[in-house]
Design a protein around this ligand. Sequence first.
Ligand code: BG6
Length: 471
Amino acid sequence: MHDSLLLFGATGDLAQRYLFPSLLHLLRDRLLPADFRVVAIGRSEHDDEGFRAWLRERIGNGDGRNDGALDDLLRRIVYRSIDLNDIDGMAATLAPFADRPSVSYLSTPPNLFEPACLGLKAAGLLAPPSRLVLEKPIGHDLPSAREIDATLKSALDESRIFRIDHYLGKAPVQNLLALRMGNTLFEAVWQHRWIESVDIMVAETAGVDGREGYYAGYGALRDMVQNHMLQLLALIAMEPPAALDADSIRDEKRKVLRALRPMTAADVGVDSVRGRYTAGVVEGKAVKGFTADSAVETFVGLRAWIDNWRWAGVPFRLVTGKRMPSRNTEVIVHFKPVTHWVFDRPDQAHAQPNYLRMRLQPEETIELGLMGSLAAPEWGATELQPMSLDLAMLPPKRRIAYERLMIDALKGDQTLFVRDDEVEAAWRWIDSVSAAWQQAGTPVQDYPAGSWGPAAAAPFLPRTATGQGPI
Ligand code: BG6
């Protein structure tokens, strides 16, 4: 396990909210190596002590326990102020840290990936077996992603590049695989003959606040669908890998992403909807609208089709939006109705087909929807009712998704990281959607903050999310 971490973007929002707290928890649980050290890198001017004081104020004790872990973490951190566009200066400042194999983590805007990579290379920090971790977004479209990739590859090979999608670090996302592949019951019916449709929804109450500049250039399609939502889709839809090693899984995910049917201008009218929030009320609080001078969406609904044997004809509805009425991330697999219905109560039209519902946020729950009769059948006609089987286990200690990903990057396990060809396949589909929007002139429709998107979004939303009734 590598024991030297160079963290770029150390004064940024992600580092404060997730990366340093993750390190704190890992240290507390004694999951990091004895000589673990962090070189924190940012633009702001601090000396080591100044940065430690700044960080202490921001992350406090993490989960509130005052057991010395924070002091321990701060002791292990040194800070360097660097302008990433000054490659020679960066090389000179960081060369002394090339004394051990390291992991460099770029939590920076994507336009800094290339200079950072060149500076790290010049400092000797990308020589084998050192590794590089990158945050999304990797580019803005396929050509820019390829350009970034070419720079990365000029400095190190794919086996040492770790592209983060923090959704893959979430325990319930890994559980999706466990459930699907650890149970005959599910794998046997996991295909178009038995599955009607799949919903993948990520609804947030948060807005774009504080990230307007970034968001205005990306929008929900590039910010959420290209990565998190397509990764979820790939895990649900991929063929079962023969083994659980990184490449076996990533080979299968790539195949699914490549089988996504490109969107055309003729499809977007039916298979997509875009929205953008205006002022409104969310969770009882008045909030402002998103007013950036750019035509990006803060809500998107898409119907994706996977053109392969397993999924022919099965729509995957992908919906994500900011400033929704409640936070809700879930996947719902809807099974087909039973082939021949023999009951009167209810009649076939009112029978509830089976479903598997996995909620990821805010709570982690798994629910299997079945039909059964709890009324005593000896009293006359059997009456069926929807029953839901709660499959949630006792919640394990909840961890930040980044904890798992940090440990894996330090150990060198790429299973939960995204490979170059997956990124390309995802961009290829996303580019088809945005080109189709442009060609068709698809409007971005307003919706008030605190609503479930524009009126046209209704066919894309899971009924559960919006309180429209049973699944
Ligand atoms: C990030 C996006 O990748 O994921 C954000 O850039 C979004 O816009 C966030 O809010 C959602 O992550 P989570 O873990 O809160 O669902």
